[in-house]
Design a protein. Structure first.
Length: 134
């Protein structure tokens, strides 16, 4: 089934939105934000699961996230990728696009604006990637 072959993930700049939606304990969220830990979450079957962490500036955490998500290229279909950047920063959008297209040669690359649902669930400054697996 096609939906089982979709990989969807985000790196969160802040965990406050996830905590506000009761998907993460508020105390844990505060600790993650104090130490500037950016979790990488994978979304599958309406569940969010932590799949790694990133640290540092926007540039550092976006680069690490993209390296982490696209590390097993032999299991990723190069047909299409969707990149979502929940930010008004053109630099962050360009960085995400550049890193995703540098890691793999895709047939189709789409930069998509975030939906209200994305924004409410993962928050401002988050970056997401969605693609098919083989």
């Amino acid at each position: 089934e096609a939906k089982n072959k979709i990989s969807c993930s985000f790196v969160l700049k802040s965990t406050q939105y996830v905590a506000n939606n009761k998907r993460l304990n508020q105390m844990i969220s505060n600790l993650l934000d104090i130490f500037r830990i950016k979790p990488i979450i994978k979304i599958k079957h309406d569940e969010m699961k932590v799949r790694g962490i990133c640290l540092g500036s926007s540039e550092a955490y976006v680069k690490k996230y993209i390296r982490h998500i696209l590390r097993n290229r032999k299991h990723i279909s190069d047909s299409i990728v969707f990149i979502t950047v929940l930010s008004n920063s053109e630099e962050l959008r360009e960085l995400a696009y550049r890193e995703v297209t540098r890691k793999m040669k895709w047939k189709h690359v789409y930069m998509q604006d975030a939906s209200v649902s994305n924004f409410c669930n993962v928050g401002l400054g988050s970056v997401g990637i969605m693609f098919y697996t083989k």
